[in-house]
Design a protein around this ligand. Structure first.
Ligand code: SF4
Length: 281
């Protein structure tokens, strides 16, 4: 015991000596340290504080969006899978315009799987990145028809074997079409909102999802994903977030304006905004 204390004392002494002997930082090193410090967002101040913030966010989200919905119009899991693949780098409005034509031309996974690449490209062209998207939905159609009996699979492990389907798309389809709780959808809106709210410091969507899954109750995962997406689309927008009108303002370390009125009034306003797809003011 005495030997160990002696060894620890020696280590501390050596550490002190090491630090005091350290050469002063050069200007280049100082600039690099400042850059690194700037790029790391402020960490939430502890797990209890973080949980309290998430609980408050959850309460206010419930008031602002009691029954959130996926804005991609669909009749079933296959439609939604195709719509979600097409929505990458596009808007839900654009996909909602294109999807009925896609389903009319290629109504089943088997029909899509057997369609020529150029035919599918021509129909999905206006959603952007159309070559890759056409390739992904054709191959997904072929796999669903041949390996899953024509029905989109219902497990995370199986559905993520389809081309163009990572966890985000899988969570959208499994949660929205089948009501299966597998995680929280993290798209570009949800990622931005989570970071601004200080609920995560991660940048990778799957790591952000893991952080959110630790903070929100499993029974709320599907709706929390929808709420984050819709809040980011209509309130916490990328360029000009409506912080003064945001019901989460008091909970948000990134708020850029003082809140207007009570949070309940702001929640009611967000409800109108979301229900009108951004038309109400
Ligand atoms: S207060 Fe501003 S930054 Fe924070 S969640 Fe609301 S809109 Fe986004």
């Amino acid at each position: 015991m005495a030997g160990r204390a002696k060894a620890e004392k020696a280590t501390r002494k050596a550490g002190k000596a090491g630090r005091s002997a350290r050469a002063p930082l050069t200007n280049v090193e100082r600039a690099a340290e400042a850059r690194a410090a700037k790029s790391v967002p402020a960490r939430p101040s502890g797990s209890a504080a973080l949980r309290a913030r998430a609980a408050a966010v959850h309460e206010r989200f419930l008031a602002a969006q009691p029954a959130p919905r996926c804005e991609l119009e669909h009749r079933g899991a296959w439609d939604l899978l195709v719509a979600t693949i097409l929505s990458a780098q596009s808007t839900d409005k654009m996909v909602n315009r294109v999807l009925p034509q896609v389903m009319e031309r290629f109504p089943t996974p088997a029909a899509m799987g057997a369609a020529p690449q150029e035919d599918v490209e021509a129909v999905v062209k206006s959603t952007g990145f159309f070559r890759n998207k056409a390739k992904a939905i054709r191959e997904a159609g072929r796999m669903v028809a041949e390996q899953f009996g024509g029905e989109v699979p219902r497990t995370m492990e199986e559905i993520t074997r389809l081309p163009g389907v990572a966890r985000k798309t899988a969570n959208v389809v499994l949660g929205t079409a089948y009501g299966l709780t597998t995680g929280i959808t993290v798209d570009t809106h949800a990622l931005r909102v989570s970071r601004r709210l200080g609920l995560t410091t991660e940048e990778d969507p799957e790591k952000v999802e893991q952080d959110l899954m630790r903070l929100f109750p499993p029974e709320a995962w599907i709706d929390t994903g929808h709420r984050m997406v819709l809040h980011g689309r209509y309130v916490c927008t990328a360029r000009a977030p409506r912080c003064a009108a945001c019901p989460l303002n008091e909970q948000c370390p990134s708020a850029e304006a003082e809140p207007e009125g009570s949070w309940q009034e702001r929640a009611a306003r967000e409800k109108r905004l979301v229900e009108s797809h951004g038309e109400a003011e």
